[in-house]
Design a protein around this ligand. Structure first.
Ligand code: Z5A
Length: 207
């Protein structure tokens, strides 16, 4: 049986990485083999593209270049990591995927969504996540949580309005695709966030 493809999405600092570990433990406790990965990244080449994308010191990256780099990294990630794992029956848990492109490049940068849609079909074929957990919290909360980390990367230097547009785009996706995208209130304490996640994941475990 093919594995399930689960993605975690949300704005800056909402707790994706923290909760990825929680979901991995939940799945493994139920004897499910799970591969944890992230975007942009997940292969050696895609991680190199990630470094270029986050680096704020190099020449300015145009919006089109940024979009194509996201999908170049994704094409490599799908071909060499995600697709083989799913075919093998391993579940894939991915920190961000194409919803992030709709939210950051489409929403944040106001890019043409039809171009993103075309690239999604070209790069992914039929592949779509089976389940997406959208961790949602007011922008200020995520930024405050993330601010405890070190230096800011190229995306983290964006203005508040940018992150507001990202959040708005994410919530629009959840509204349009309620069967796939489940919104988790990430503004509450970690225990309460994880209780919501557990109630979303548990029905999958029974299957
Ligand atoms: N990007 C894009 O533009 N287009 C695309 O297609 C893709 C990505 C795929 C890198 O992603 C950038 O790439 C990203 C979008 C862009 N840029 N931004 N911004 P990333 O996922 O690596 O970067 P990130 O959003 O900055 O992730 P993050 O900062 O690592 O956030 P997080 O993983 O969601 O948060 P965290 O590290 O788990 O938690 C942050 C802190 O909050 C930490 O101290 C936790 O202990 C704490 N925390 C977590 N949950 C709670 C609760 N509930 N209460 C209190 N404290 C909490």
């Amino acid at each position: 049986m093919a594995g399930q493809f689960i993605t975690l999405e949300g704005g800056e600092g909402v707790g994706k990485t923290t909760n990825l570990n929680f979901i991995q433990e939940l799945l493994e406790a139920n004897d499910i083999s799970v591969l944890v990965t992230r975007e942009p990244g997940g292969t050696e080449l895609a991680e190199s593209i990630r470094q270029l994308l986050l680096d704020k010191e190099q020449e300015a990256i145009s919006e089109q270049t940024e979009l194509l780099m996201m999908f170049a990294a994704r094409a490599q990630h799908i071909k060499h990591v995600i697709q083989p794992a799913l075919e093998w029956g391993t579940w894939v848990l991915c920190d961000r995927f194409t919803d992030a492109t709709y939210a950051y490049q489409g929403g944040g940068r106001n890019m043409d969504v039809t171009a993103i849609n075309w690239l999604e079909n070209f790069v992914q074929g039929e592949l779509r996540p089976d389940l997406t957990l959208l961790l949602d919290a007011p922008t200020e909360i995520g930024i405050k949580r993330a601010s405890h980390r070190g230096e800011l990367d190229r995306f983290e230097l964006e203005k508040m309005e940018f992150f507001e547009r990202v959040r708005h785009a994410y919530l629009g996706i959840a509204e349009a695709q309620p069967d796939r995208v489940k919104v988790v209130d990430a503004s509450v304490d970690l225990e309460a966030v994880q209780a919501q996640i557990k109630s979303i994941i548990s029905p999958l475990l029974k299957g």
